[in-house]
Design a protein around this ligand. Structure first.
Ligand SMILES: Nc1nc2c(ncn2[C@@H]2O[C@H](COP(=O)(O)OP(=O)(O)OP(=O)(O)O)[C@@H](O)[C@H]2O)c(=O)[nH]1
Length: 418
């Protein structure tokens, strides 16, 4: 009832604004989805930096109570337009709030209120919604497809799905003894519902591997336009202003056999995904962080979907960041970015398959106490690990935590993150 009345309010406000200001143009909403670490924030940064002259509003959504992505969105853009990034924390945009998708409604409603105050004009030309990596895009699309929304100031322009060419197959395909528990239906659904597929991280795979990935993508989604790239470098006209969303195709995808009863959302606690948020208020010793991550990767990298954090390191004014997807982990510093006075703390988010949250908390607490070595974790060793990683991080620039990825380090730095 609550959300019905909210969407009606959105429609009414839109009508009022239209009546007051002639016929203002509709605001396109682009939904950017994709599994954990596929490159969504990298794409958002590309779009923010692009020379399109559009004022973009970014609605960020993150799992866990700590917002790391917000820190990683182009800082200069944020400084120029601080109201241009809205972060929805500690809950998933697709299922938190009083009903699925209601968090997004709440933000869209507020934006109309802002426009009302501004005499009808919206301070943005387009909205980007970045979902969390485990989100089911359907409730968000459903919000934007409701009858009342269709008559509002907003319209869904396209669903863009980022694909990590290096890691997607392990989430889509069933093979090996642990395949059933490792396959991620969220990844499949995000892909199935795409209007545009960005096949990202092609720099990390061979041409033959890329063809296998493209074929797997096609098996799930036959019709979406597919763009192959690295570091989310795309032509802006392949993403913005697409008018690509079709509700008929959407309904067809939802009815498809592939999706029936397939998705059990991680937020509902039944898929074994753990999200661990860690904080430390004392500085960390770089070597110890590296040792800890190395040990964790060696044991758990198949299950370690995502690691991201901002770290305060002993003897360093600059903020360090830790960024990882499975075994590919990068530790380095933001170029010139330092902590604001009084805000020096380390925050780290780990998301994975059945992680031992208690053990990770204990290890991290010990890391924060630089005089005590981290206790060996009781996490069960990963039987089928096939990669053995070495730490090579240096204090002076971003380095891959795994030595094999040394050449990727420069590519994976976020030049404008700080
Ligand atoms: N080698 C390589 N690394 C990339 C590429 N695109 C992104 N990355 C890196 O992959 C990591 C994850 O990228 P993000 O853009 O944060 O991914 P995301 O989808 O926003 O991650 P979540 O919000 O956690 O789901 C970062 O370290 C990026 O720098 C690419 O094409 N090649």
């Amino acid at each position: 009832v609550l959300h019905r009345s909210r969407v009606r309010r959105i429609e009414e406000k839109s009508n009022r604004l239209c009546a007051a200001g002639g016929a203002p143009s509709k605001l396109p909403v682009t939904l950017i989805t994709g599994f954990l670490g596929s490159g969504k924030t990298t794409l958002v940064n590309q779009l923010l930096r692009g020379e399109h002259g559009l004022r973009l509003l970014v609605i960020e959504n993150e799992l866990g109570s700590i917002s790391i992505d917000h820190e990683l969105i182009d800082a200069s853009r944020q400084a120029a337009m601080p109201e241009g990034v809205v972060v929805l924390k500690n809950g998933c945009i697709c299922c938190s709030g009083e009903s699925p998708g209601s968090e997004l409604e709440r933000v869209l409603d507020k934006l109309l209120e802002m426009a009302d105050v501004e005499g009808g004009s919206m301070p943005f030309d387009a909205i980007l919604v970045e979902t969390s990596g485990l989100a089911d895009p359907s409730p968000i699309v459903q919000v934007l497809c409701r009858h009342e929304m269709i008559h509002s100031r907003y319209y869904l322009d396209a669903v863009i799905t980022m694909i990590d060419a290096k890691h997607i197959l392990r989430h889509l395909e069933s093979s090996g003894p642990l395949a059933f528990t490792r396959r991620r239906p969220e990844a499949e659904k995000q892909l199935a519902l795409a209007d545009r597929v960005i096949l990202n991280k092609v720099d990390l795979v061979t041409p033959e591997e890329l063809e296998l990935v493209a074929a797997a993508v096609r098996r799930v989604n036959r019709s979406a336009l597919m763009v192959r790239t690295s570091n989310a470098k795309v032509q802006l006209d392949q993403i913005l202003g697409q008018r690509a969303f079709s509700s008929a195709r959407w309904e067809e995808a939802l009815e498809g056999k592939l999706l029936v009863g397939d998705v059990v959302h991680a937020q509902h606690g039944s898929t074994g995904v753990t999200c661990v948020c860690l904080r430390a208020h004392t500085d960390l010793v770089l070597d110890r962080v590296q040792e800890w991550m190395q040990a964790l990767i060696a044991r758990k990298h198949d299950d370690l979907y995502r690691v991201k954090g901002v770290l305060a390191i002993v003897g360093e004014d600059r903020r360090f960041f830790l960024h990882g997807v499975h075994a590919s982990q990068v530790l380095g510093h933001f170029d010139q970015s330092v902590f604001a006075p009084g805000s020096r703390e380390s925050t780290l988010v780990l998301i994975g398959n059945r992680l031992d949250a208690l053990q990770l908390e204990q290890d991290f607490a010990q890391l924060a106490n630089s005089s005590a070595p981290p206790a060996p974790s009781s996490d069960k060793a990963c039987d089928d690990c096939d990669e053995n990683e070495n730490l090579t991080a240096s204090a002076s620039e971003a380095q891959p935590v795994d030595a094999k990825s040394a050449e990727e380090a420069q590519l994976r730095r976020r030049p404008t993150a700080g």
